[in-house]
Write a protein that binds this ligand. Structure first.
Ligand code: ATP
Ligand code: MG
Ligand code: MG
Ligand code: MG
Length: 426
């Protein structure tokens, strides 16, 4: 079953359960704390906080981006089979309407009856005090041994992994229940063997500070927030052991491997992941820069270039991959097609800029390396980074390859000195 089909089947399933299909929102946010949309509920937060929603049941597909703030998966990319910087979250919501019973029954119906996932591979986690959820899962037919009660580590009802809150202070909150898929005995590490596919959040309390202690009051209305990772679900339905082996990524990775000749598996994952994020961000008119959203985009593009460099690619290549990604995703996200040329140009320009810096920097670096023996002066490294804009990660890669040590203490000394100068001036 293709990813596209999974997406549509999900929407149709909840449409039949009388949900309104809501369009997704842009990734870019201008909130103080959150730069990007990191889950489907972001556009509905206002309803949890008290505003009345016109619709009682909503479902949608929301691109989510987790490279900053509380959820930051950037460093995981390339090293797990289940994380992306940008992924699609399938979501369904109830605003003052159905609650735990229907939410769990429908999630189960969707996964087991509709998508025909083998129920023997499913494991459930619940909050240890959430007997109501436990009983519903039992009624659905899950055996006791497959329901893991997450221990309340901090011995306060709300400070727990299976307890979800909108903010740490006074917001709405409630228990949640996650669904995991068992990838099989051959995976020795727990977090590789059990893949989280879904999270059901039950908002039914409001947390309040009372006499220096937090207490939970029942909310007047209940809310449901369910999120499923589309790529993870698709990988299970396509019977592959990695998000990067589903139809969408297989096509992109084949292209990178055949045309660009990158073979390292971690690099392939990183590049195929990052091209998707770059295309979405640029479509929203975010451009590479040195701060905020633009900086995150620059970080994404530069990481991809760095992976190319590891395979000896020293010319712009990343922009070439955008067309295949766009072709694969434009049906559901037509703005990608509309922005096709712009996306290509922006990435190409950023790559060219990088390689110019690289060429100048590498010449200066080579001269210095002739002088030094196995230890690179920290002051020099800082100048290369600060004056010429040579990325420090790349310098580290080159030095590592040539068994040269960077005198980091000196480097950071110079960096602090400059920071202090700057602060004194302002
Ligand atoms: P994990 O523990 O695997 O990092 P999570 O608990 O952070 O996931 P949630 O915030 O509960 O994830 O989001 C709901 C669902 O979205 C998850 O169950 C998972 O299927 C999917 N998901 C979360 N993060 C990612 C990611 N970085 N890439 C792909 N899918 C993701
Ligand atoms: Mg996570
Ligand atoms: Mg989790
Ligand atoms: Mg979760």
């Amino acid at each position: 079953m293709k990813l596209k089909v999974v997406r549509n089947k999900f929407l149709n399933f909840y449409k039949k359960k009388k949900h309104i299909i809501m369009p997704h929102i842009n990734l870019k946010l201008n909130e103080n704390k959150l730069m990007f949309v990191n889950s489907g509920m972001i556009q509905f937060k206002k309803f949890f906080l008290g505003r009345k929603s016109k619709y009682k049941r909503i479902c949608n597909v929301q691109p989510c981006f987790r490279v900053s703030g509380k959820h930051n998966d950037f460093e995981k990319i390339g090293y797990t089979n289940i994380h992306h910087t940008l992924f699609e979250m399938l979501g369904n919501w109830s605003f003052r309407n159905y609650f735990k019973y229907d939410a769990l029954f429908w999630t189960w119906e969707l996964l087991i009856n509709k998508f025909k996932i083998n129920e023997k591979k499913i494991w459930i986690t619940i909050h240890e005090n959430d007997f109501e959820t436990y009983n519903i899962w039992r009624k659905i037919g899950i055996s006791n041994k497959r329901i893991i009660k997450k221990k309340n580590i901090k011995k306060k009802f709300f400070l727990n992994e299976n307890f979800w809150e909108i903010s740490n202070n006074n917001g709405p909150c409630g228990t949640c229940s996650e669904i995991f898929y068992d990838m099989g005995k051959k995976y020795k590490l727990k977090n590789q063997r059990y893949v989280e596919i879904c999270n059901n959040v039950f908002l039914q309390y409001k947390k309040k500070l009372y006499n220096n202690k937090y207490i939970l009051n029942k909310l007047k209305y209940n809310y449901i927030d369910v999120g499923i990772g589309l790529e993870r679900l698709t990988s299970i339905l396509q019977n592959v052991n990695s998000n990067y082996k589903i139809d969408l990524f297989k096509k992109i990775i084949n292209k990178i491997s055949d045309k660009i000749k990158i073979k390292n598996i971690n690099s392939l994952k990183i590049i195929s992941d990052h091209i998707r994020s770059a295309c979405f961000l640029i479509s929203e008119k975010i451009y590479p820069s040195n701060n905020k959203h633009g900086y995150i985009l620059r970080k994404i593009i530069r990481r991809a270039i760095r992976e190319g460099y590891k395979s000896n690619i020293k010319n712009p290549f990343f922009y070439k991959i955008s067309s295949i990604l766009i072709k694969e995703m434009e049906d559901f996200y037509p703005f990608l097609k509309k922005n096709k040329n712009n996306i290509k140009n922006v990435i190409k320009k950023e790559e060219e800029k990088f390689f110019n810096i690289y060429k100048i920097g590498i010449r200066i670096l080579n001269n210095e390396l002739k002088k030094c023996s196995k230890k690179l002066d920290g002051k020099f490294a800082f100048k290369l980074y600060d004056t010429y804009g040579f990325p420090i990660e790349l310098l580290e890669d080159i030095c590592l390859k040539n068994k040269i040590l960077i005198k980091k203490k000196e480097f950071f000394y110079e960096m602090n000195k400059q920071k202090n100068n700057f602060l004194n001036r302002n």
